[in-house]
Write a protein that binds this ligand. Structure first.
Ligand SMILES: *Cc1c(COP(=O)(O)O)cnc(C)c1O
Length: 433
């Protein structure tokens, strides 16, 4: 197994493989914080999302410790996992929050955040939403010129704000990423810097931060460093600037051998450039990140029950009591989720399976996947399901969304009840016909 991959173009090492940690087998059973996963499935039923609080805290510490020399703020991009108990856990560990809708903002307040701890980073929303967010004290990331103009007209310099830049990382990047950046709907294109500055000057807008978030890709570290350069450079144009926000998008390992962002090295490189910027500007800036996936992906598993094992010529299907209604990433992004057979952890007997959901359309979690022999009634765990799992779930096929459990201090706690028929019928109106 290679453990380091060195990218000459950027001078960044990617960690390889060594980061993927499947669930632990201890005393012949899968455990999360010494709690047997089978017991959790039995106690709370399936399908079930289970999150490990320790894992989340570990990831927070990993990010913090990569940036020991800068004023760092972590803003959890909560669209990855919005359960209010998770948000509270973030808050208790010194993490603040990034929201993309008024409803996420309300959830943040419900979890105990102050409005001032919230960043609102909307994309193409109506100005009403921005005004409502300003009322709560949240800081707004403005992402188009018209809204910047409106913000200036409405608030002048009374309300600090941030501007979301699309850095159009060019040289050396791979063509796929470049296109994604050029064609991306997010942020104000850096080539419009003069227009930005004209509006800011016209209304004397109090720009305290510059923001960029380029999304997730395998070469994200490269984009980070290059994009950071673009906004570091632009920072000189804003005398009140206090914040550089580099968004999220850190890679996590979904399987053995995946490249992940090498946090210590990224931290060292970015910190150096960042401290130099602070020095040139003559004031100490804050560095913000908005990780979503990085903080919660590995903490979560989706537990499902094998309803059927169907032998067909040349293929064996395992049908489980879940589907794209609960975890859409495999069907939507071709995402790989590692699967373990929780009920059969140590057997020598293996099989190759298509693990499929119970939704009435093609609904495949895994194709040709080698698993420990699966028998009807076994419990399977889909790993790395903490981010964009529950939050992208739906009631498609009028099925209930799963319950959620948080393992905290060695104990499993329900943090969301399973839905019932009332939830399916809520807001439906049966007409008198
Ligand atoms: C989605 C999002 C993030 C988080 O992205 P991850 O890939 O989950 O880290 C961060 N910032 C903004 C503005 C986002 O929309």
């Amino acid at each position: 197994m290679k453990d380091l991959f060195f990218d000459k173009a950027t001078g960044i090492h990617y960690l390889c493989g060594s980061k993927f940690q499947p669930m632990q087998i201890i005393n012949h059973q899968y455990q999360i914080q010494n709690v047997a996963v089978l017991d959790i499935a039995q106690q709370f039923g399936t399908p079930l999302y289970v999150y490990d609080a320790n894992k989340i805290v570990e990831k927070i510490d990993e990010l913090k410790s990569a940036f020991p020399n800068v004023k760092l703020k972590i803003k959890f991009a909560c669209k990855a996992l919005t359960n209010v108990s998770i948000l509270k856990l973030m808050r208790q560990n010194g993490v603040e929050i990034d929201v993309v809708s008024p409803q996420e903002l309300q959830l943040a307040l419900h979890a105990g955040f102050e409005g001032t701890q919230v960043t609102f980073t909307p994309s193409g929303v109506s100005f009403d939403e921005i005004e409502a967010a300003v009322e709560t004290g949240a800081i707004i990331n403005l992402d188009n010129l018209n809204v910047l103009e409106k913000f200036g007209q409405r608030y002048g310099n009374r309300v600090p704000c941030m501007i979301r830049i699309k850095p159009n990382v060019a040289a050396g990047g791979n063509a796929k990423i470049m296109t994604a950046h050029e064609g991306s709907k997010f942020g104000i294109d850096i080539r419009q810097r003069d227009e930005i500055l004209a509006i800011v000057e016209k209304y004397n807008i109090n720009v305290v931060g510059l923001h960029q978030h380029t999304g997730s890709d395998i070469k994200e570290a490269e984009a980070f460093v290059k994009a950071a350069d673009v906004i570091f450079d632009f920072a000189h144009s804003f005398p009140n600037l206090q914040i550089i926000d580099l968004g999220g998008g850190f890679k996590v390992a979904y399987k053995e051998g995946d490249y992940t962002t090498n946090m210590p090295e990224l931290g060292a490189k970015l910190s150096e450039a960042f401290l130099k910027l602070s020095e040139t500007l003559g004031r100490e800036l804050q560095l913000w990140f908005e990780p979503g996936k990085f903080l919660v992906s590995e903490a979560g598993v989706l537990l499902v029950h094998a309803n059927m094992v169907k032998q067909a010529p040349g293929r064996t299907f395992v049908g489980v009591n879940s589907g794209l209604n609960h975890l859409i990433r495999p069907m939507m992004y071709d995402a790989y989720h590692h699967i373990v057979n929780v009920s059969n952890p140590e057997t020598e007997s293996k099989g190759t399976y298509d693990v499929v959901g119970y939704i009435c359309e093609t609904d495949t979690f895994a194709k040709d996947r080698e698993l420990n022999e699966v028998r009807e009634g076994d419990i399977l765990a889909l790993l790395n399901a903490g981010a964009y799992g529950f939050t992208m779930s739906s009631q498609y096929n009028s099925r209930y969304r799963p319950a959620e459990v948080l393992v905290y201090n060695g104990q499993a706690h329900v943090i969301r009840e399973r839905e019932t028929m009332d939830d399916i019928l809520r807001n439906q109106v049966l007409l008198e016909l």
